[in-house]
Design a binder for this molecule. Structure first.
Ligand SMILES: Cc1cc2nc3c(=O)[nH]c(=O)nc-3n(C[C@H](O)[C@H](O)[C@H](O)COP(=O)(O)OP(=O)(O)OC[C@H]3O[C@@H](n4cnc5c(N)ncnc54)[C@H](O)[C@@H]3O)c2cc1C
Length: 372
């Protein structure tokens, strides 16, 4: 998704771009909802709109959410965010990955996208030489958007800081007795956070982060037992769970590249940073990388600078590293703080959420930060 957005943004800006994708082209979206959904922040929607994608998404599959409730011990002691608190109509939208990918690929100029084209190796000297199954490709700049395991990042010898969360995120769509009313829910549990995101068809998408063993047990439960466990975990805030789709598990890790750029190479998206999904920000950070990289390259080209050189690319790195690290640290801290075994700390955080809920200026500042 981040690579496709970069390819579209840079080709629209007049660069000669190829999108090399190891896998197949995205499938045509069907009637069934994709299990992978993203909370899209307004800043990402603005970029997608600028690219002509947002308008192309089927409106009946996008769900705007106006509020979010976050709690630990009891929903009434939690923190309630509302778009209306800051004069906005929504905090963001829940969108399916397949819809976004299909719209991005549809919008790419002919000849840009090359599916089933893995990059097997690269040599960085006087630009980059990419080794493909059917030959080589010379490029002035390679934008690596290969996800967490980025082979190009490794080829360039860029070191990463990493930690396994030893958690798995269980993802499913569920039908609840209570309608979602455009409200996202997140409860911090000792095993990890549990989120309910509203879907346009009235169902909710859940992301339940659990210690690996427990996640596998919950994954294997019968539907009835799963529904009971889930409703209890969210303290019946959604009413009973009536139905659910198949469940999928995703491994969770934290990763940050110590450098984002080299001569002729820029890392974006999960190739540069992987964060805990509790804030629903991974793709949003990747799209912010895209917007900044485009800005830096276009500006450098206008100034007749070597836009693929390290001096220019460092501008992109400086702008994005700080913002990405801030979000990475915040999500990591939140996850760890609520799972800590330090006596009394979760209770203190619980009291903190309730206090923050009553502190209007601090709350508004937090909402504005989340919308940016
Ligand atoms: C459970 C869960 C829930 C999440 N929810 C949200 C959310 O609500 N909001 C949000 O913003 N983020 C969310 N995220 C994070 C989000 O999924 C990631 O940040 C995002 O998928 C990263 O996108 P990407 O394009 O950078 O990398 P990827 O999605 O990993 O894509 C990498 C691409 O590179 C291709 N590739 C890899 N190697 C090669 C190669 N050698 N040659 C050619 N192609 C190659 C792959 O085929 C793939 O298409 C969530 C994550 C999880 C696990």
């Amino acid at each position: 998704m981040v690579g496709a957005a970069a390819a579209l943004a840079l080709s629209q800006a007049g660069f000669d771009v190829r999108l090399l994708e190891r896998g197949a082209a995205p499938p045509m979206p069907g009637a069934d909802y994709d299990l992978r959904v993203y909370a899209i922040a307004p800043s990402s929607a603005a970029l997608l709109s600028d690219l002509g994608i947002w308008q192309a998404l089927p409106g009946d599959r996008l769900c705007a959410y106006q509020g979010m409730r976050v709690w630990e011990s009891a929903p009434e002691r939690g923190l309630n965010f509302g778009a209306a608190d800051v004069g906005e109509n929504q905090l963001g939208w829940i969108a399916e990955q397949v819809q976004l990918l299909a719209a991005l690929w549809r919008q790419l100029p002919p000849g840009v996208a090359r599916p089933n084209t893995p990059v097997n190796d690269a040599v960085f000297a006087d630009g980059a030489l990419l080794k493909l199954a059917d030959g080589e490709l010379q490029a002035r700049l390679v934008v690596a958007a290969e996800g967490a395991g980025s082979p190009l990042r490794e080829r360039a010898g860029i070191v990463t800081a990493e930690r396994e969360y030893r958690q798995l995120a269980l993802v499913a769509h569920v039908q609840t007795r209570e309608p979602h009313r455009g409200l996202a829910l997140q409860r911090f549990l000792p095993g990890g956070p549990l989120a309910f995101l509203p879907l346009a068809d009235g169902r909710r998408s859940i992301v339940w982060s659990l210690p690996a063993e427990q996640a596998r047990r919950v994954h294997a439960l019968s539907d009835d037992d799963f529904h009971r466990a889930l409703a209890a975990a969210v303290q019946f805030e959604t009413g009973t769970i009536l139905r659910s789709t198949a469940r999928t598990l995703f491994p969770l890790r934290l990763m940050h590249a110590t450098e984002y750029v080299r001569d002729a190479l820029a890392l974006i998206g999960d190739s540069a940073h992987v964060i805990h999904p509790l804030a629903g920000q991974g793709v949003n950070l990747g799209l912010a990388d895209v917007a900044e990289l485009r800005r830096v390259l276009v500006e450098a080209r206008a100034q007749r600078l070597d836009w693929a050189g390290l001096r220019v690319l460092r501008r992109y790195e400086r702008a994005r590293k700080a913002a990405n690290l801030e979000m990475l640290a915040l999500t990591d801290l939140l996850d760890r703080a609520f799972r800590t075994r330090i006596p009394g700390l979760p209770r203190l955080l619980d009291a903190g959420l309730a206090m923050l809920d009553r502190a209007a200026p601090a709350k508004q500042a937090l909402i504005r930060r989340a919308l940016a």
